[in-house]
Design a binder for this molecule. Structure first.
Ligand code: BES
Ligand code: MN
Ligand code: MN
Length: 463
């Protein structure tokens, strides 16, 4: 292991330069205007894997953006780790809120990152995090100390729902056969408090369209006599939560796993300061489901949020108009054992039922994803635990996260393997927001920790 860490130490500067180059390519999967750049990023990843020492590197075409595969089989009798990550990023909007260009990475110090952080879209989610694996692999390969077989699968459509990944996994079961999936695409509690993610929420995402009159009307001539779809949509959305901030859709909580008092008490022992949380977000108070703590509200409880809402006139000045249509994008975060398809159906039925006769409602389902929980008593969890303990010199804490990585449930179903979620970001790194960043400490800590995971995993598997 010394040789590996020495190699990492010697190549630190180059490891950073390479990541900055990767961050310079705007691989926004949601917007077709970036298609060329997304494909350029796919090539970059394939070439980086080859240079690091991977074999059988392939740019696998799909109906959407390609999936990059590469492997290094040291010995068929050794365990195989499949590393998953994504090279696509979220759109950078709103651009005007960025302090520097989203695709012109710069390094700046922050309160949480006194050693500096890389500011760029994708720095933390997920380019900076998956690239740690490429560099950790390079260090193990070049020093001839790779203790497991390794397979890489880096996709380009995670931020748009991974539509083509399921079919790809089903078609390539043999190629992807492994003992465990390892993903760095989540957070730790803080740079002083390491943690391992043991759960992810699921997702049901819908778009709704409310139509009133057949055309935009004069809001004086018709106002008061015809349903205004924006007024109605606002009322409908407001009614989706009750006074206790519980979701009012009939049957919504039916399958929600009841977490035991003991487990909840354990969860709430994790270091968390409500005062610091509020201060950091500049809010006077938090807001959520009654009788649950903030940690519980963002992990073991489902939610419903409007992500965007539009309609009518939003330009300069005032235009008096009673719009014909109103729209909203709504996401529901789900917990075990809620089923995204069932929830989408329940939403759809309920939402249509609460519409007054003066409007028409269309509900369009977008992508969804199942929640996931990972065991803490497994060999792979122990390997991650020991690896983090070694490099942080502190015991990592198991913690469920509020985010979603829908393919985790899929890996279990299709490949029959568990996932280890060993991410190194911070929740305050502003992923999906302007000024996304990733700590240099976190990037290097990840590269340092990953080889220990491989080491402990191979040791524990021998037993
Ligand atoms: N890496 C995130 C998920 C995440 C972030 C998990 C932080 C835990 C902590 C991932 O790229 C993501 O953004 N997922 C989407 C879902 C997807 C279907 C678009 C999400 O959670 O909104
Ligand atoms: Mn991600
Ligand atoms: Mn993301």
């Amino acid at each position: 292991m010394e040789k590996v860490q020495e190699y990492i130490g010697k190549h630190r500067e180059r490891f950073l330069e390479e990541l900055l180059n990767l961050l310079r390519i705007p691989s926004v999967s949601a917007d077709p205007a970036y298609k060329k750049d997304v494909l350029k990023t796919a090539k970059f990843v394939a070439s980086a894997l080859k240079k690091a020492g991977a074999e059988n590197v392939e740019i696998c075409e799909t109906k959407g953006y390609p999936i990059i595969y590469g492997d290094k089989i040291v010995d068929k009798s050794l365990p195989t780790v499949l590393v998953y990550g994504h090279y696509d990023v979220q759109p950078p909007d709103p651009l005007e809120l960025w302090e520097s260009g989203p695709f012109e990475p710069v390094i700046k110090k922050t309160k949480n990152h006194p050693d500096g952080a890389i500011f760029a879209r994708g720095a933390c989610d997920d380019k900076g995090q998956f690239y740690m694996h490429v560099k950790a692999f390079e260090a193990m390969f070049k020093t001839k100390s790779l203790p497991c077989n390794i397979k890489f699968m880096i996709e380009g459509e995670e931020e748009v729902g991974s539509d083509n990944l399921g079919p790809f996994c089903k078609k390539n079961k043999k190629k992807l056969a492994c003992d465990v999936v390892l993903i760095s695409d989540t957070s730790i509690i803080s740079n002083k408090v390491p943690s391992i993610t043991t759960g992810l929420r699921g997702l049901s995402y819908v778009e709704v369209e409310v139509t009133g009159p057949n055309r935009d009307l004069h809001s004086g001539v018709y106002g008061g006599a015809v349903a205004n779809p924006i007024n109605i949509l606002s009322q409908m959305i407001a009614s989706l939560h009750d006074k206790r901030n519980r979701i009012t859709i009939p049957g919504f909580y039916e399958d929600v796993e009841v977490v035991s008092k003991k487990e909840r008490a354990e969860m709430n022992k994790a270091p968390f300061s409500l005062a610091a949380y509020k201060r950091e977000l500049k809010v006077k108070d938090v807001h959520g489901e009654k009788s649950y703590t903030t940690l519980e509200r963002t992990s073991i409880r489902p939610t419903l949020d409007v992500n965007g809402m539009w309609g009518g006139y939003t330009g300069e000045g005032a235009k008096t108009v009673l719009p014909s249509k109103a729209f909203a994008k709504i996401s529901m975060r789900l917990v075990p054992n809620q089923d995204p398809d069932k929830i989408t159906k329940l939403f759809s039925k309920h939402f249509k039922s609460i519409a007054p006769p003066g409007v028409k409602v269309v509900v369009k389902p977008h992508h969804g994803g199942e929640p996931a929980v990972t065991p803490t008593d497994s060999v792979e969890y122990q390997a991650a635990h020991q690896a983090m303990k070694k490099t942080f010199k502190k015991e990592p804490i198991p913690q469920r996260s509020g985010g979603s990585i829908p393919i985790v449930a899929l890996f279990e179903k299709v490949l029959g393997v568990k996932t280890v979620l060993m991410g190194f970001g911070l929740d305050t790194d502003d992923i999906h927001s302007p000024n996304e960043h990733y700590g240099l400490f976190n990037y290097y800590k990840g590269i340092e920790t990953i080889p220990y995971f491989f080491h402990y995993y191979s040791e524990l598997k021998k037993k």
